[in-house]
Write a protein that binds this ligand. Sequence first.
Ligand SMILES: Nc1ncnc2c1ncn2[C@@H]1O[C@H](COP(=O)(O)OP(=O)(O)OP(=O)(O)O)[C@@H](O)[C@H]1O
Ligand SMILES: [Mg+2]
Length: 278
Amino acid sequence: MVIQINKLTKKYGDLTAVDNLDLHIRKKEVFALLGPNGAGKTTTIRMLTMLTIPTGGKALINAQDVTSNKVKKEIGVVPQHMNLDLELTAWENLELHGRLHNMPRDKLKARINELLTFVEINPRAFELASNFSGGMKRRLMIARALMHYPSILFLDEPTAGLDPQTRRKIWDLIRRLNAAGLTVLMTTHYIEEAQILCHRVGIMDKGRLIALGTPQELMEKVGEVVVEFFGGTDTGYKFFARRQQALEYVSHLKGDFLVREVNLEDVFVEITGRKVGD
Ligand SMILES: Nc1ncnc2c1ncn2[C@@H]1O[C@H](COP(=O)(O)OP(=O)(O)OP(=O)(O)O)[C@@H](O)[C@H]1O
Ligand SMILES: [Mg+2]
């Protein structure tokens, strides 16, 4: 296990943002934490990356307590909110990060070039980050997080607010990094992204982990097929273990309906009882 989280808790006054979280992430896994706004995803990542101190419990990264200095060089962090230095160029943002990690000067230059090429912003290396689009800023943040060769990457909503093409570019980056051996812990509100990209997902709500498994395992729990019905006397959806049962059900339905395979978003809605982002 590369990340071991045991009874991790964060309280802000009366509010328990993360409540006795137990979770183990495997080496070379791409893992997504899902959950509605305020579920505690960012707080969890912040505790794992030493940006906030837990109120209780324990978290180990590569068998070292996250508060240990040894952990710092193992992890790269892309936070939820843009925190590039906009008055610096892309190059300078990476250079600054490398210096903070005490990277030797000769290695620094090669690494910056390599990463700016990897995230496809090399042609604009010497432009101010303030000129960049949202997608370029996010890619630059990923490059920055990778500067010091971490083995674990934390990505808090890496594709939030990006257009569909740019989101796919980020997925490709994540896939390539994982193929090269990185463990990835990410959060997202795009459930289909987690379904496509992640080996396992954990669904959080109100600080607690309420579901855990591969997308396939979670989908099998709610059923194989869903019937969505609109108009008529009822509006809503209903899950069925088998397609045949769904077809029997719709034969008595009045109004419009749709029979389709269950996806991870259905699981999310069923488990949390509301849509992501509500
Ligand atoms: N510094 C803080 N002080 C007080 N409360 C906080 C602080 N940071 C987070 N919280 C609260 O903790 C809870 C969890 O917040 P967190 O940001 O971890 O949720 P999240 O799952 O990342 O949500 P989102 O999907 O909106 O990013 C929320 O109720 C939030 O208001
Ligand atoms: Mg968050």
